[in-house]
Design a protein around this ligand. Structure first.
Ligand code: SAH
Length: 334
């Protein structure tokens, strides 16, 4: 078998995985853990829309919507609390998996689907992406002496080929043998969003796991049946492949493109600023003791530092001149 560059392997494997599996049998995401996640994100989108001067119509775009749960919860909250936003918004989904598109259609009636951002109309928008960037394929470079190699996959194992790096920027002082990861599609997506936000009023919210600082190390991870497994498990597409998001790299790209950058802040700080625990108690009050406790446990799972609260970060990009958005008052920049 010939060697396949890691990003091509990961793209191929994930396309098969998302086309053939119910990913949520293997892992759970924040919107699947609690309805409050989507409610808060939806209300955030509505407040961002108000800060942007209430453009009407406005696209509410979600990248990688999974089962459609986040959007369904967001729309329910928005219809109740922000009817003007509900009336102005048009839902657009960016989703490559036919199988997941069907799940999304079952939850959200009135949406338009796209294979990529390219076909989403150029217009005012609020874009949401939860655990979208981590699913995009990465390249891995290895420092070898004064040069670099790149990792390929052959017969279920990694091999290295000398890398022709051209003008790719790399970290200075990387130790021999260390791995540097580059997520080209994530970088391209951020650059494309930034360009749109300069042309039309808008905001984008990305929630994902990863570090605020660029670093070295292999973060490619595979989850199968709820457990971490070998990322090169075969056949390709039998497990979900993700990698940590390098938020610092994305922030640099957005800043260079001249858009406003807010965060990253931790998911725990974002959600608690926006009333996660108040909403939890309000909902818990009308439930039986068992379900009320489940709800409280779910909220802690989203926000607690030992679970998803610190590892997950929230980053917003906004059109130039837009003020500080809710949830980002804590800390700016990296
Ligand atoms: N946001 C959801 C799902 C996360 S899983 C949640 O939080 O539950 C990743 C999602 O991104 C899936 O919907 C997957 O099909 C989609 N996806 C992965 N790669 C993609 C790509 N290149 N373009 C569009 N969608 C993609």
């Amino acid at each position: 078998m010939t060697a396949e560059r890691l990003d091509r392997f990961m793209a191929r494997a994930n396309a098969i995985y998302y086309a053939t599996h119910d990913p949520f049998a293997d892992f759970t995401t924040s919107p699947e853990i609690s309805q409050i996640f989507g409610e808060i994100v939806g209300l955030w989108a509505g407040v961002a829309w108000q800060y942007l001067g209430r453009p009407d119509p406005v696209l509410l775009v979600e990248a990688g919507p999974g089962r459609g749960t986040l959007m369904a919860d967001a729309l329910r909250a928005v219809r109740r609390a922000l009817p003007d936003f509900a009336a102005a918004l048009r839902v657009h989904f960016i989703e490559t998996s036919v199988r997941l598109r069907a799940a999304q259609a079952a939850k959200v009636a009135d949406a338009t689907w796209h294979d990529s951002l390219d076909s989403v109309p150029r217009a005012p928008m609020v874009l949401l992406g939860n655990e979208f960037l981590d699913a995009l394929p990465i390249r891995q470079y290895v420092r070898r002496g004064s040069g670099w190699t790149e990792r390929y996959v052959a017969d279920g194992a990694f091999i290295e080929h000398r890398a022709d790096l051209g003008d790719t920027p790399f970290m200075a002082g990387v130790a021999n043998g260390a791995i540097v990861e580059v997520n080209e599609p994530a970088r391209g997506f951020i650059a494309a969003i930034a360009e749109r936000l300069r042309q039309h009023l808008g905001a984008a919210l990305f929630v994902d796991y990863g570090s605020e600082q660029s670093g070295t190390g292999d973060t490619l991870q595979a989850i199968g049946g709820g457990r971490k497994v070998d990322p090169l498990s075969r056949p390709p597409g039998s497990v979900d492949l993700t990698a940590h998001v390098d938020f610092a790299a994305l922030v640099r790209i957005a800043r260079a493109a001249g858009v406003g950058v807010q965060g990253p802040v931790t998911q725990g700080s974002f959600l608690s600023d926006l009333g996660l625990f108040e909403r939890t108690e309000a909902l818990a009050g009308s439930r039986l003791p068992g379900p009320a406790e489940d709800l409280r446990r779910s909220s802690l799972r989203l926000a607690s530092p030992s679970e998803m609260g610190t590892l997950f970060k929230v980053l917003a990009l906004v059109s130039p001149g837009c003020g500080a958005l809710p949830g980002f008052s804590g800390r700016f920049g990296v």
